[in-house]
Design a protein around this ligand. Structure first.
Ligand code: NAI
Length: 340
């Protein structure tokens, strides 16, 4: 199938081309993100391949439909950036990659915890400046600390297993608690307020839906323990960034590790060095020594990229052959997602 691949970076292209040796699609790579303005590039392509910061809204989908696109394959698990109702109305099917490596994302969440706790980012810069003093680098033992896992799906569970290995106590919250998680990990499902009250570290692994938008609000932050560490590898808008800044300024928030940011679109995945950062909220977040921001890289392992490519190209092949689409996402699924 002729497929227009948007928001292509070198690592995407390498993984897709390697996998495509088995599928034989005609892949054409475009660097721009998919938006209503760039959708015209896909004129005459029945397949479109898109990533998380594309804006697959009704306007973009209308241009795609008019150009003959019939399937949009997301190279991501999350699908909050797609107007699924408009896609259904226009007869465009949407597929995603529900699972490619929960380990990649969970391990990155834990990497943020370890780096923030032991001030690795500061120690690295300090030692390179020949400053070998230890003042200000005191961390805490993870062993025995309470970790709150919000969302115990594939990634949350993988993260919980790692924290369990460190000897942490696990408190979990999910709209659909899984007794297996309690049995396997000795974890305990508790109401969200209890998790906020008792956890030393909170890690977010729920999808972004209308029900989880700004889940971590000023009110939620106020319920958390003073000195808590908050990790977000889910989606940026799970956290109200302005409220987070206030909590950091007050010293209520001990540290924050953010792989995602609510206004990351147009910033993350780009080299903006040498430019003036226009986003004042992100700029403020970057001034805190106890905040570590990575540019939505939690997924970025060789294994994950290979799995993303295989699943995406496999779904496009299934579509082309008229076979059932195992990884299709439909509007009803989003509307059914329970509110918090
Ligand atoms: P999953 O679907 O396996 O698990 C999500 C869990 O959240 C489920 O157990 C579900 O019941 C729960 N949930 C849904 N709504 C909830 C609510 N309102 N309150 C409490 N729990 C709720 O998803 P998976 O694979 O674990 O991924 C989680 C999220 O991680 C994705 O939706 C995506 O946004 C994000 N992600 C981030 C990546 C990165 O590179 N930073 C890469 C991959 C995923």
């Amino acid at each position: 199938m002729k497929v227009a691949v948007f928001d292509t970076h070198r690592y995407d292209r390498e993984a897709l081309e390697a996998s495509n040796a088995r599928f034989g699609h005609a892949l054409v790579f475009f660097e721009p993100r998919l938006t209503a303005q760039t959708a015209q590039l896909a004129q005459g392509f029945p397949g479109v391949c898109s990533f998380v910061n594309d804006k697959v809204d009704a306007a973009a989908l209308e241009v795609l439909a008019a150009g003959g696109t019939r399937v949009v394959a997301l190279r991501s698990a999350g699908y909050n950036h797609v107007d699924l109702v408009a896609a259904a109305r226009l007869g465009i099917r949407v597929v995603r990659v529900p699972e490619y490596s929960p380990y990649a994302v969970a391990e990155h969440a834990v990497a943020l915890v370890l780096a923030l706790n032991r001030r690795i980012h500061q120690a690295y810069a300090r030692v390179r400046d020949w400053n070998f003093s230890l003042d200000g680098l005191v961390g805490f033992d993870l062993h025995g600390k309470t970790v709150g896992v919000v969302g115990t799906g594939r990634i949350g569970r993988a993260a919980a297993r790692i924290f369990r290995g460190f000897g942490c106590r696990l408190l979990c919250f999910d709209v659909v608690p899984d007794p297996e998680v309690e049995l396997e990990l000795g974890a305990q499902y508790v109401p969200l307020d209890t998790l906020y009250r008792d956890a030393d570290i909170i890690t977010l692994h729920v999808p972004l839906t209308p029900g989880t938008h700004h889940l971590v609000s000023a009110e939620a932050l106020g319920k958390m323990k003073r000195g808590v560490m908050l990790i977000n590898t889910g989606r940026g808008a799970l956290i109200d960034s302005r409220a987070l800044i206030e909590a950091l300024k007050r010293g209520h928030m001990g540290a924050a590790g953010l792989d995602v940011y609510e206004e990351e679109e147009g910033i993350f995945f780009q080299d903006l060095s040498g430019k003036v950062l226009q986003d004042d909220v992100l700029a403020r977040l970057l001034t805190f020594p106890n905040v570590l921001v990575t540019s939505h890289q939690a997924f970025l392992t060789r294994e994950a990229l290979g799995n993303i490519a295989d699943t995406t190209l496999g779904s496009l092949q299934a579509f082309e052959r008229g076979e059932p689409l195992a990884h299709e996402v439909k509007a009803e699924q989003v509307l059914r997602t329970p509110a918090r």
